[in-house]
Design a protein around this ligand. Structure first.
Ligand SMILES: Nc1ncnc2c1ncn2[C@@H]1O[C@H](COP(=O)(O)OP(=O)(O)OP(=O)(O)O)[C@@H](O)[C@H]1O
Length: 321
């Protein structure tokens, strides 16, 4: 087992003119696990990754890999492999020429280059010019390049972009194996569902700020099941809700004007029995537990807020009705 190399981000901040792209961001990426770095377009993921990799200077804060800033790592390509842009290839070079160009700096042999092309499924395309590659093929070649130095840490920006379902499944098992070796993986995505089966931990970003960080398994715990109730008798429904003191999800005020409400902290059985006892006619009685993607979208402010156990609203939710 190789010693682990954590990534540590503390108070990272970067402004572009009026845009606060990354705002006082702190999180940890643990070795031996795959961490998903999630957020919608423009959330600040790429800017953060660029600062971790020494490609952009923070206005404040630090990012270290194994305790050192990237620029202070003596042989960085042997410590850290990264794919930020799938398009940064010389179009006239073939895949193997591309790898051979970067091989010396990473201490990789021709045999290692061939091995990596095979690993990413590009053996048949080894002699083809990169200019004719699809986005998915470029992603694969980028990954092979990042792996030249057999790094302890892998940082991938939106690696599922352009990959077909088979490619995504392959990447998932590759990342799992890489982390199982005690290595560190940080992978960004704007779609949770594309990395959901790959990641152990999630760091969720919105408007440059961290809105959530936990093991993936704890993300679902943020959502509270709701009971959806519809009755033709709006005032009777409002009375029933008031009598029992049920919490009502935002967007469905129990002010006597709504015929449908979503109730929190109760069950379909309890509501059904109470409606029966009150002789209230119901047209709908349905329990629903939000899925992981719903929780994610709610966290980043792209869906109606879910009721969450945490009392504090997130930054992304504060501006919402
Ligand atoms: N070089 C730059 N100059 C000016 N603004 C920038 C620059 N780089 C990023 N930004 C801005 O900073 C914010 C964060 O961008 P960033 O690319 O880091 O987000 P992202 O989460 O990676 O988004 P995407 O998923 O679209 O790649 C955006 O508002 C973006 O327009």
């Amino acid at each position: 087992m190789t010693p682990g190399t954590p990534i540590t981000v503390r108070g990272l901040t970067r402004r572009f003119g009026q845009v606060l792209a990354v705002d006082d961001l702190s999180f940890d990426v643990a070795p031996g696990r795959v961490t998903g770095f999630l957020g919608p377009n423009g959330a600040g993921k790429t800017t953060t990754l660029r600062m971790i990799l020494g490609l952009a200077r923070p206005d404040a804060g630090t990012a270290t890999i194994g305790g050192r800033a990237y620029v202070d790592i003596p042989q960085p390509t042997r410590e850290v492999g990264a794919v930020l842009e799938a398009s940064s290839f010389h179009p006239g070079r073939t895949a193997i020429q591309h790898l051979l160009l970067f091989a010396p700096a990473a201490g990789a042999t021709r045999a290692r280059c061939d091995e990596l092309l095979a690993l990413v499924g590009l053996t048949d395309a080894a002699e083809r010019r990169v200019g004719g590659f699809s986005l998915g093929m470029r992603q694969r070649l980028g990954l092979a390049t990042a792996l030249l130095g057999d790094p302890q840490v892998l940082i991938l920006d939106e690696p599922t972009n352009g990959l077909d379902p088979g490619g995504i499944a392959w990447l998932r098992s590759f990342l799992r194996g890489f982390a199982a070796d005690g290595r560190t993986v940080l992978v960004s995505s704007h779609v949770l569902s594309e990395v959901q089966q790959s990641v152990d931990d999630v760091v969720v970003l919105a408007h440059g700020r961290m809105v959530h960080a936990s093991p993936l398994s704890e993300l679902a715990a943020l959502a509270t099941p709701a009971v959806h109730v519809t009755s033709p008798d709006a005032s009777g429904l409002a009375r029933l809700v008031a009598t029992h003191g049920w919490a009502v999800a935002p967007g469905a005020p129990a002010d006597g004007s709504r015929t449908s409400v979503a109730l929190l902290g109760t069950t379909t059985g309890v509501v059904g029995a109470a409606a029966h006892a009150a002789n209230l006619e119901l047209h709908e009685l349905r329990g629903e537990t939000p899925g992981l993607e719903d929780v994610f979208l709610s966290l980043v402010g792209e869906a109606p807020p879910l009721q969450r156990h945490a009392a504090e609203p997130t930054t992304a939710q504060e501006g919402r009705a």
